[in-house]
Ligand binder design. Structure first.
Ligand code: PEP
Ligand code: MG
Length: 368
């Protein structure tokens, strides 16, 4: 064996012994989950479900969006259910015996339709050739109807789940049925259900009520904790209320940074932050290393109020910061239970968590 590799493994083993922070991974597929496990992740902190609505399933999602009345909507959801169940069986099997936090659908539904420009061009071409644009015209009308000036601040996350009847219930059923199936096969599934973009406890309570009604109807399902992302400032500011309805919190620091700074995370590259960084106005992008004085204060406040309301509350982070060493030091100090990051960053997060345990004063570079 390569002595360097052996030394790295010894170092990681040492870090694992001293660290108090758990290290999970963000993974959406069984392959990613297995890779994360090989890198030492002890669970999945974020399984995004949006990719499960892409590719060959796009047509089913289109049916869902174009559904005319409750019967068509139910039929579209019924068609998606077995596919979602199979996705979850795969990921629960790959992480047998370890927690897998499955997040309910987050993005706006029109993201699953072809872009406006493409549809407009297709319809125009058909019309120019004297052909009936057919389905494309219907899709175009739907995309226009669903247009939002600020989709990131629009009908996504929990809002979507509360507006489209049965959507979250289908996903919750798929999780519960997948877990029941794994148990029948002798497995030890540990799914958790996470609600995105909650800003008010009443949103979470409504989803939780519906989810618990669904869970009660699935034979052989295990107990499934239901928790929430904390990724908008209002959720952090009302964390005490929200904790009353949540088994766990997970900070979505990508959105929390975006919303606290009022700056689009998708435009950060090449926009004014680059000038700030070049001119040394900021030492580092707040999307890379946690901004301890702003976003970090929201996190500390939410941890304190969340734990005061529910001492056994499990608290993690699943934004990109979960794999950034300086941010990991901050999360350790703030008293989080785990960080969750991309599979490839798991070893770095393990080392950073170990270092934070032996050198607790190592803060972020911007933690004045
Ligand atoms: C986040 O906002 O930090 C997060 C993990 O969710 P997503 O990146 O999917 O919005
Ligand atoms: Mg988010």
């Amino acid at each position: 064996a390569d002595p360097l590799v052996a030394a790295v493994h010894r170092l990681l083993g040492h870090a694992d012994q001293v660290r108090k922070l758990g290290v999970r991974a963000n993974a959406d597929t069984p392959d990613d989950a297995r890779r994360a496990h090989r890198f030492g992740a002890t669970g999945i902190g974020l399984c995004r479900t949006e990719h499960m609505f892409l590719g060959e399933r796009r047509e089913l999602v289109e049916r869902l969006i174009l559904a005319d009345g409750p019967d068509e909507l139910t039929a579209a959801l019924d068609a998606l259910l077995p596919l979602q169940r199979a996705d979850f069986v795969g990921i629960l099997a790959a992480m047998n015996g370890l927690p897998v936090t499955i997040r309910l659908l987050d993005p706006p539904l029109h993201e699953f339709l072809p872009p406006l420009a493409e549809l407009t061009a297709r319809v125009a071409r058909a019309e120019a050739l004297g052909r009936d644009p057919g389905r494309d015209a219907t899709l175009l009308a739907a995309v226009r109807r669903m247009h939002e000036a600020n989709p990131m601040l629009g009908l996504r996350g929990v809002r979507l789940g509360l507006v489209v009847p049965g959507l979250f219930a289908m996903q919750v059923r798929a999780v519960a049925e997948a877990a029941a199936q794994r148990i029948r096969a002798g497995g030890d599934p540990r799914p958790e259900i996470m609600v995105p973009l909650v800003g008010d406890v009443r949103e979470l309570a409504a989803v939780r009520d519906e989810a618990e009604r669904v869970l009660a109807t699935v034979d052989g399902a295990p107990e499934i904790p239901i928790g929430t992302m904390i990724e908008v400032p209002r959720a952090a500011l009302t964390a005490g209320e929200i904790a009353a309805e949540a088994h766990f919190f997970s900070f979505g620091t990508n959105d929390l940074t975006q919303t606290a700074w009022a700056f689009s995370r998708d435009d950060v590259e090449g926009s004014f932050f680059s000038t700030y960084l070049e001119r040394g106005i900021f030492p580092v992008s707040p999307f890379e290393t946690i901004d301890a004085r702003g976003v970090g204060r929201l996190i500390r406040l939410a941890v304190a109020e969340g734990r005061a309301a529910r001492p056994e509350l499990t608290i993690g982070v699943c934004g990109e910061h979960g794999g950034d060493p300086d941010s990991v030091a901050f999360f350790a100090e703030a008293g989080l239970d785990y960080v969750s990051c991309s599979p490839y960053r798991v070893p770095i997060a393990r080392l950073a968590a170990g270092r934070a345990a032996v050198e607790p004063t190592t803060g972020t570079s911007d933690s004045r």
